[in-house]
Design a protein around this ligand. Structure first.
Ligand SMILES: CC(C)(COP(=O)(O)OP(=O)(O)OC[C@H]1O[C@@H](n2cnc3c(N)ncnc32)[C@H](O)[C@@H]1OP(=O)(O)O)[C@@H](O)C(=O)NCCC(=O)NCCS
Length: 174
């Protein structure tokens, strides 16, 4: 398996992965978000990765910078998808770990995501580290708002709000 930065030429494969991996009630929305973030990645501090297996793109992950009302720096991990035919072989784990390593080297303070704590917990995501960071929209599932410190840094003692890249400023995603 090979992990690399997503290119514009990967957009169709990224769409296909998201359509296959996510449920029908959300897959079109998330496929659009994944493509949009990848298209815009050069112009922001965000980036997308793909996983290749035998020359085919089978996994996707995006990391987008947050505008936090504080001197703390943070990124959001979303979306993440592995094609169902290739799940449970460590591809999701490799994509997440590559992102964590990259952002840690860039001295980013916090990484957040909105997802299943059972899955993301094994990488260090937890509700406590995310608790003081207030997402831009009310959450459908409070328990899914999780984060982790990437380096020893101060954490806010009072709630702080943040904004996302325009593609993620969509209440339907939260
Ligand atoms: C979640 C997802 C990215 C994992 O990708 P993957 O390549 O299969 O993950 P890995 O092989 O690295 O890890 C698989 C492990 O994660 C576990 N796992 C997968 N999805 C899980 C979930 N929703 N909750 C808890 N554990 C989960 C599996 O049980 C497996 O553990 P095991 O091998 O010890 O049994 C993939 O299942 C997927 O694309 N799902 C649909 C889209 C989605 O839900 N994306 C995440 C949005 S929050």
């Amino acid at each position: 398996m090979n992990i690399r930065i997503a290119l514009q030429t990967d957009l169709q494969a990224i769409e296909a992965i998201c359509l296959a991996a996510f449920e029908k009630d959300e897959n079109v929305l998330i496929a659009n978000v994944a493509q949009q973030i990848t298209s815009e990645a050069r112009s922001s501090q965000s980036y997308s990765l793909v996983a290749e297996q035998d020359g085919a793109v089978v996994g996707f992950i995006a990391f987008t910078q947050l505008a936090i009302e504080s001197d703390i720096t943070g990124f959001l991990l979303a979306p993440l998808a592995v094609h169902p035919k290739h799940q449970r072989s460590g591809i999701g784990t490799s994509l997440i770990k590559t992102g964590i390593d990259t952002l840690t080297k860039q001295s980013v303070d916090f990484l957040f995501t909105y997802g299943d704590p059972d899955y993301y917990g094994r990488f260090g995501f937890n509700t406590t580290d995310a608790a003081k960071f207030i997402p831009p929209y009310p959450l459908e599932y409070d328990f899914g708002w999780i984060g982790m410190k990437l380096r020893q840094t101060h954490a806010p003692t009072e709630p702080v709000s943040f904004g996302c890249v325009p593609t993620l400023m969509n209440e339907a995603l939260w």
